[in-house]
Design a protein around this ligand. Structure first.
Ligand code: ADP
Length: 558
C-alpha cells in the first residue's frame, strides 16, 4: 500500500520532498556518534565503558536510520515494519545510558541485581513492540503511523527515558559527594553531557509526537532538534577523552579525535540552510572549540611536565649513583671497622677473664668489680659488633646460608638451657614447652636459627623485670609450618612501637628505661634471616606494660 499523497515511491533515505533539516539533524549526529564510539572502542577494546559507549552509538545510529527510512518512504507496510524499532532502540539507549554511567562512576561492572532490573524494564518493550499494542494502523493520507500508536505502550517506553534521567542523576549525585576534585570535574562533564542528550533525544520526540497528536504541530519535525543533543554529548565525551583520559586513550589518538570533531562540526556549516541550523552549528562548534582549546592547554602542560620530569629523572639518576657509592663505602667502612675492632676486643675480653680467674696472681676484692665490668662491657660490645657485621653482610648480599636438616625442638630446648642461668640471676623463670604433631625437623641454617632464637629470648630477658618467659614450640602439619612463641610478662609494646621495631636502629621509647644496652639491630637482622630461610617473625602485645609475644615461623621439612 502506497500513500495517497505521493505518486512516485521513494525508498530508503532519499526523497525530494522531505525537510532539509531531516538530513541535517540525522546525518552529522550519526556520523559523529559512530566516529567517537568506534574510536573509543578500538583504542581500548578491553574496557567495558568503551564497549558500552560504542553500543549506545550503534543503537543511536540504528534509530536515526529507522527515522530516515520512515520519513522518506511512502510504502505503508515498510514504514509499519520499521515503527517498533523506535520504541526498542530508544528504550535500549535509555537503559544502556544508566549502565554506562554506572560503569563510568564505579569503574566496575554493574551488580547482577541492577542488570536484572535493566532486563525487566526492557522486556515489556521488546515483547509488545511487534504487536498491535505498539502500533495498530497507518494513515495513508499523510503517510504516517503516528495516530495509531498504542498509548500505554508509548507512555511506558517514553517513561523509561525519564527513569533513566532520574536514575542517572541519583547515581551522579551519590558518586559526586564521595569523589575527589579531579573526578568531580569528570562527573560534571559526563553528567551534563548524558543528561542533555537523554533530555533532548527522548523528551523532544515525546513532546513532538504529543503536539502532533493534539493538533498543534503538523508533523513531528520538532524531534529533529533533539538529535543535536548527541552532538553535544559527543563533544563532552571528546573533552573527557582528551582532558581526563576517561577512556584510557593515548594523547596522539585523542588529538586526532578532537581535530576530527572540530572539522566535522565546522563542516556542518556547508549543510546549514536556515538560521536555526546555523545557530545550532555555531553552538556545537563553540563547544567543540572550547574542548579543543582545553586539549591544546593540556598538551602543552603535558609537554612541560614531561620536560621537567626528564630533568628530575637525570638528577635523580645521578643522586642514586652517588647514594649507591656512599652506601657501598659505608658498608665497607662498617665491615672493616668491625673486623678491626673484633680482634682487640677479643684480647680485652680474654685478658679480663684471665685476670678474674687469677691467672696473673691473686686479685683483690676491690679489683674484681671493675674487671667484671670490663668483661661484661666487652661482651656487649662484641655482640653489637656482630650486629653491625650482620647488617653489613645482609645489605651487601654476602650473608651465606648453609641449610641442613635438624630438630628445631631440641635446639630451642638447648638455647633455653643455655640462657636459663641468666634468667634465674635476673629473678625470672624460663619455661620451655612443646606441643608438636610432627617430629619438628626443619631444613635451615642451624647457626642462624640459633642466633634468631637467642636474640628473641634475650630480648624477653632484657625487657622483662619480673615474671616469666615462656617458650613454646608448636606446629601446623597441614600447612607444613613450625612456630616458636616467646611469651614474656615484660614492658610490652604499644601499637606504634610494633610498627617499627623490625626496622634498622629502631628502639621503643620505653626500651631505655629497662635496658640501656641495645643497638636496635637485633630484630632487623633476625627478621631478614628468618625470611631468607622461608620463614617470618611476628610480634604481638596488648600494650605498654602488658607483656609481649614474638613468634618465629619456619617451614617444616617433611
Ligand atoms: P635492641 O638491641 O634494642 O634490643 P632489637 O632489634 O632486638 O634491638 O629490638 C628492637 C626494639 O624492640 C627494642 O629496642 C624494644 O623496644 C623492642 N622489643 C624487642 N623485644 C621486646 C620484648 N620482648 N618486649 C618489649 N619490647 C621488645
Amino acid at each position: 500500500m502506497i500513500c495517497y499523497l505521493y505518486d512516485a515511491p521513494t525508498y530508503l533515505f532519499f526523497a525530494s520532498d522531505v525537510p532539509a533539516l531531516l538530513y541535517y539533524s540525522h546525518v552529522p549526529a550519526t556520523v559523529l556518534a559512530l566516529l567517537v564510539g568506534f574510536f573509543v572502542y578500538f583504542n581500548a577494546r578491553h574496557l567495558l565503558l568503551n564497549k558500552l559507549l560504542f553500543i549506545i552509538a550503534i543503537c543511536f545510529s540504528l534509530w536515526t536510520l529507522t527515522s530516515l527510512v520512515s520519513w522518506t518512504n511512502i510504502n505503508a507496510d515498510f514504514i509499519l515494519f520499521t515503527w517498533p524499532f523506535f520504541a526498542i532502540l530508544s528504550s535500549l539507549i535509555a537503559i544502556l545510558s544508566i549502565y554506562f554511567i554506572y560503569v563510568f562512576l564505579y569503574k566496575k561492572d554493574a551488580p547482577l541485581l541492577m542488570k536484572s532490573a535493566f532486563t525487566l524494564l526492557l522486556v515489556p518493550v521488546i515483547l509488545f513492540a511487534p504487536t498491535n499494542l505498539s502500533v495498530s494502523g497507518f494513515n495513508l493520507t499523510n503517510c504516517d503511523a503516528l495516530g495509531f500508536e498504542g498509548t500505554p505502550f508509548k507512555i511506558y517506553y517514553t517513561s523509561l527515558g525519564v527513569i533513566a534521567m532520574v536514575w542517572i542523576l541519583a547515581l551522579l549525585i551519590n558518586a559526586y559527594k564521595a569523589a575527589e576534585k579531579s573526578f568531580r570535574k569528570q562527573i560534571l562533564l559526563m553528567g551534563t553531557g548524558i543528561e542533555f542528550f537523554l533530555f533532548s533525544f527522548l523528551t523532544m520526540t515525546f513532546i513532538g509526537t504529543y503536539l502532533v497528536n493534539i493538533g498543534i504541530l503538523e508533523d513531528s519535525r520538532l524531534e529533529f532538534y533533539g538529535l543535536f543533543g548527541m552532538l553535544v554529548f559527543m563533544v563532552f565525551i571528546g573533552a573527557l577523552v582528551v582532558r581526563f583520559k576517561t577512556f584510557s586513550i593515548g594523547m596522539i589518538a585523542s588529538k586526532a579525535l578532537m581535530i576530527a570533531l572540530v572539522v566535522l562540526v565546522a563542516s556542518q556549516f556547508t549543510f546549514s540552510e536556515n538560521s536555526t541550523s546555523a545557530i545550532l552549528t555555531s553552538i556545537t562548534l563553540l563547544l567543540t572549540a572550547v574542548a579543543g582549546y582545553n586539549l591544546i592547554k593540556s598538551v602543552r602542560k603535558e609537554i612541560k611536565q614531561r620536560k621537567e620530569l626528564e630533568v628530575v629523572t637525570v638528577e635523580l639518576d645521578k643522586a642514586n649513583v652517588r647514594l649507591k657509592e656512599l652506601d657501598k663505602l659505608k658498608s665497607e667502612f662498617v665491615s672493616i671497622a668491625s673486623h678491626q675492632l673484633r680482634s682487640p676486643l677479643t684480647s680485652i675480653r680474654g685478658y679480663a677473664s684471665l685476670l678474674l680467674e687469677g691467672s696473673y696472681g691473686k686479685i683483690t676484692k676491690k679489683m674484681t668489680e671493675p674487671l667484671e665490668r670490663i668483661e661484661d662491657s666487652s661482651k656487649l660490645m662484641a655482640l653489637a659488633i656482630e650486629d653491625y657485621l650482620n647488617v653489613s653482610r645482609i645489605e651487601s648480599g654476602n650473608m651465606k646460608y648453609n641449610k641442613a636438616d635438624f630438630n628445631l625442638k631440641e635446639e630451642v630446648d638447648r638455647v633455653c638451657d643455655d640462657i636459663r642461668g641468666d634468667t634465674i640471676r635476673s629473678g625470672l623463670s624460663l619455661i620451655f614447652r612443646s606441643d608438636l604433631k610432627s617430629r619438628g625437623v626443619i631444613n635451615a641454617d642451624l647457626g642462624k636459627t640459633v642466633q634468631i632464637l637467642r636474640n628473641l629470648i634475650n630480648n624477653s630477658l632484657k625487657y622483662t623485670e619480673k615474671g616469666s618467659i615462656k617458650v613454646l614450640v608448636r606446629d601446623d602439619v597441614t600447612n607444613k609450618k613450625i612456630f616458636v612463641d616467646i611469651i614474656d610478662t615484660g614492658i610490652g609494646m604499644s601499637e606504634k612501637t610494633q610498627e617499627t621495631i623490625f626496622e634498622k636502629f629502631e628502639r621503643a621509647d620505653n626500651a631505655n628505661t629497662v635496658s640501656v644496652q641495645g643497638t636496635g639491630l637485633g630484630l632487623f637482622v633476625a627478621l631478614k634471616m628468618a625470611k631468607a630461610m622461608g620463614g617470618d617473625i611476628t610480634s604481638f602485645s596488648k600494650g605498654d606494660g602488658k607483656g609481649s609475644r614474638f613468634t618465629l615461623e619456619l617451614p617444616l621439612a617433611m
